[in-house]
Design a binder for this molecule. Structure first.
Ligand code: NAP
Length: 252
């Protein structure tokens, strides 16, 4: 399905990003995987090697614009095109950071730096190359259910996840005529290292499940397959929207 297509995934060394890289490889794409975690990237590369797909693995902090730009130059030199960009790298907040009046400035800048600035740099340099190729493409931002609702104590995370929805809508409006689609995917509670703190605490997990109509957490693979479907021709007229993958959480 994705033969001769090139997919860039940030945060591909773990969780949803790793599952997404594998899903695209299984559908035939070549992969550029980016993460700041070298060990995670190695693990993903090993999994991709089994899929026999061309893979470029780059250790990059998405919050450093010049490094992200250099990574996209390498991707262009290696593959000569980019079809899909999944801006997935992210970090969470912790309720222990405090309510907004007490939020340390350092925490605010750290989370906004990765989740919003990093997503912006990834989209910006990815778009440049999609525009150069003239073949269109798809940008997918990994937002969150926190891109639509709030959660006291994690204001920078909530703000960043709302912000990428606005960025995605704007890109959809700016580049639709060039056949570039932009989408925001909003995972609910998905089992990854990021949510260990929830899934390993029975009381917190019970609270989450009680608010989730499907009464379970999701798997990274369930997000990955939805992202791939949105990037496919099956979704060729889908752009600008916000798409929860949350077991019904936002419906309640
Ligand atoms: P994860 O397992 O922690 O994976 C995130 C990956 O991104 C990690 O390998 C992480 O490396 C990397 N990363 C973090 N900061 C980076 C940076 N500055 N530059 C490059 N890579 C960086 O988390 P996940 O659950 O898969 O989350 C993926 C995305 O989904 C995030 O944007 C998250 O906000 C979103 N999301 C997740 C859930 C959920 O329930 N899991 C729900 C809603 C939204 P380190 O290990 O070094 O930090």
């Amino acid at each position: 399905m994705f033969e001769n297509k090139v997919c860039v995934v940030t945060g591909a060394g773990s969780g949803i990003g790793q599952a997404t890289a594998i899903e695209f490889a299984e559908r035939g794409a070549k992969l550029a995987i980016l993460d700041r975690d070298q060990e995670g990237l190695k693990a993903t590369s090993t999994m991709l090697a089994g899929k026999d797909r061309d893979t470029l693995s780059l250790t990059v902090d998405v919050n450093q614009a010049s490094k992200v730009e250099a990574a996209f130059t390498r991707i262009d030199e290696t593959f000569g095109r980019i079809d899909f960009v999944v801006a997935n790298a992210g970090i969470s907040g912790s309720p222990e950071d405090g309510l907004t009046a007490d939020m340390p400035l350092e925490t605010w800048h750290k989370i906004i730096g990765v989740n919003l600035n990093g997503a912006f740099y990834t989209a910006k340099f990815g778009l440049k190359q999609m525009l150069n190729s003239g073949d269109g493409g798809v940008i997918v931002f990994i937002s969150s259910i926190m891109g639509q609702i709030s959660n006291p104590g994690i204001s920078p995370y909530v703000a960043s996840k709302h912000a990428v929805v606005g960025l995605s809508k704007t890109i959809a409006a700016e580049y639709g005529a060039q056949n570039i689609r932009s989408l925001a995917v909003a995972p609910g509670f998905i089992e990854t290292p990021m949510t260990d703190i929830i899934t390993q605490d029975e009381a917190i997990l019970g609270g989450v499940l009680a608010m989730t109509p499907m009464a379970r957490t999701g798997k990274a693979q369930e997000v990955a397959s939805f992202i791939a479907t949105l990037c496919s021709e099956d979704a060729s007229f889908v752009s600008g929207g916000y798409y929860p993958v949350d077991g019904g959480y936002l419906a309640t």
